[in-house]
Design a protein around this ligand. Structure first.
Ligand code: G16
Length: 541
């Protein structure tokens, strides 16, 4: 039986950088999730016979939300839903499953944001290419959600998300699949598992922190079972609804257990972590942190050492605020390097059109054309494959890279929980100064150009304006300001600073990088401290 439930729209159902992310209690309001799902399903308009993939990172509310989505899918005429067992699917694994012939997928996650009753929840739609729906789609979803008057939900026989196989539910076939096996098989086709296995068998010590998030089962299967790493290589490997109270964001601040071990005595050779939904990664060597921007550049430079990319890269892409380290690699390889706005969705068209093979972001995301999401474990395996072939440590590889391509120092200051008006006033103040900044000297550097980044997609011609304020200096240094599109409380101002240096090997990455000297200029121009009242950033990466 199908019920049409009358509802009224919520004022805040506009997806951000990556779907709709809100505090969990917001999603627990009556009709809140249902309204948004109805808007998604209306816009996706799946036809009978088409498949919808559904899964999430296992955070609080995941299972209940999936139950609701299955009932609403049935009521909206969808005849085949594929769900990961227990409702679990990492974001890259969901992308892969969608690409196996589904029309689209719904992914439940608030990524690296904490979960639980007081944490965050999120939902997004991926299209048939496996990638996050483009802005044109999410804008229409927002319009539909803002005008919604009812949603449809079906009464179904009981179903079991923990039972593998097909369950007929009237006109809907629910198929519960193992969340790991197809993804693990895909990884085996991309990388030289034999070489990595031999590296590990030879005593190379790996530690992977799954942060009690989705990648635990994937990492145990791939690193411990298929690659022979000792049991215990994966720590915090059981996904928990509240991530064990942690903040599943793989960086130097939020992965202290891993960081302490890798920077301590008797450190393993290689450390890595992934986030809530498994698409981000952090790479560490022994007492060595690889910045995400450098990681992208190193992987691009070494791609031909890996089976999947042995014939070379068609091109690379990075989001605008990501450091320009990969640009230097692209220039040397003679391949195009695209600069897109922040948001993985902007890489989709370039990947689909075959213009790029690898892409990445400063926000701990790296990926390739194997799926249409960034992929944490993929990046770990890529690094292990490169280490196995080169026979050098992580630090040696990065230092050799700097020596060859130059070094981009990079830092990001985040100001979280800023009142929206104050954040908007910072951006407006910057925008107002753009015409007069070129030609000015700031902190000993000459401003070459200043603009508000606008992107024209080279494939479909769509334009995304106001994607971040850029101050470009004559010596290739940059300061970038933008508002995050993933926060759930107030606004987050991000200030990105970058400079290139010939002093490539004089400093360890953990020492205060010279780029921090740019902060005074960045904050003064923005009048950030007086407008926000925040003397210090909340997070520095
Ligand atoms: C999402 C997007 C990324 C983006 C990141 C941060 O990642 O997919 O492209 O870089 O958010 O975005 P913002 O700076 O707007 O907060 P994730 O891992 O959170 O899904």
């Amino acid at each position: 039986m199908i019920t049409v439930v009358p509802t009224s729209p919520f004022a805040d159902q506009r997806p951000g950088t990556s779907g709709l992310r809100k505090r969990t209690p917001v999603f627990q309001q009556p009709h809140y999730l249902e309204n948004f799902v109805q808007a998604l399903l209306d816009e996706a308009a799946l036809q009978p016979g088409q498949t919808l993939v559904v899964g999430g990172d296992g955070r609080f509310l995941n299972r209940e939300a999936i139950g609701t989505i299955v009932r609403m899918a049935a009521a909206n005429g969808i005849t085949h839903v594929v769900v990961g067992r227990g409702g679990l699917l990492s974001t890259p694994a969901a992308s892969h499953l969608i690409r196996q012939g589904a029309a689209g997928g719904i992914i439940l996650s608030a990524s690296h944001n904490p979960g639980g009753p007081d944490g965050d929840f999120g939902i997004k739609y991926n299209t048939g290419n496996g990638g996050p729906a483009p802005e044109s789609f999410t804008n229409r979803v927002a319009e539909r959600a803002a005008a919604l008057t009812s949603y449809r939900v079906a009464e179904l026989p009981a179903f079991d998300l923990d039972k593998l196989g097909e369950q007929p539910l009237g006109s809907l076939k629910l198929e519960v699949v193992d969340p790991v096996s197809a993804y693990a098989a895909l990884m085996e086709t991309l990388f030289d598992f034999g070489a990595i296995r031999a590296l590990i068998a030879g005593g190379f010590r790996v530690r992977f922190d799954a942060m009690h998030a989705i990648t635990g089962p994937y990492a145990v299967e791939i690193l411990e079972r298929r690659l022979g790493a000792p049991k215990g290589t994966v720590i915090n490997g059981t996904p928990l609804p509240d991530f064990g109270g942690g903040h599943p964001d793989p960086n130097l601040t939020y992965a202290p257990e891993l960081v302490n071990e890798l920077f301590g005595d008797n450190a393993p050779d290689f450390g890595a972590a992934s986030d809530g939904d498994g698409d981000r990664n952090m790479i560490l060597g022994q007492r060595f942190f690889v910045t995400p921007s450098d990681s992208l550049a190193v992987l691009a430079a070494n791609a031909t050492l890996v089976p999947a990319y042995k014939s070379g890269l068609a091109g690379v892409a990075r989001s605008m605020p990501t450091s320009m380290a990969v640009d230097a690699v692209a220039a040397k390889l003679g391949i195009p390097c695209y600069e897109t706005p922040t948001g993985w969705k902007f890489f989709g068209n370039l990947l689909d059109a075959g213009r790029i093979t690898l892409c990445g972001e400063e926000s701990f995301g790296t990926g390739s054309n194997h799926v249409r999401e960034k992929d944490g474990l993929w990046a770990v395996l890529f690094w292990l494959n490169v280490v196995a072939v080169r026979g050098e440590s992580v630090e040696q590889i990065v230092r050799a890279h700097w020596a060859e391509y130059g070094r981009n120092y990079y830092t990001r200051y985040d100001y979280e929980g800023v009142p929206t008006e104050a954040a908007n006033s910072v951006m407006a103040h910057l925008r107002a100064q753009l015409p007069e900044l070129p030609g000015k000297e700031l902190g000993g550097r000459m401003v070459k150009a200043a603009d508000d980044f606008s992107y024209t997609d080279p494939i479909d011609g769509s334009v995304s304006a106001k994607q971040g304020i850029r101050l470009l200096f004559e010596d290739e240094a940059r300061i970038v300001y933008r508002l995050s599109g993933t926060g759930t409380e107030g606004a987050t101002i991000r200030v990105y600073m970058e400079m290139r240096s010939a002093e490539v090997n004089s400093l360890r990455t953990t020492e205060d990088p010279p780029v921090n000297g740019m902060a005074t200029v960045a904050l003064t121009i923005a009048d950030l401290v007086s407008k926000t009242g925040m003397r210090q950033p909340t997070v520095i990466t």
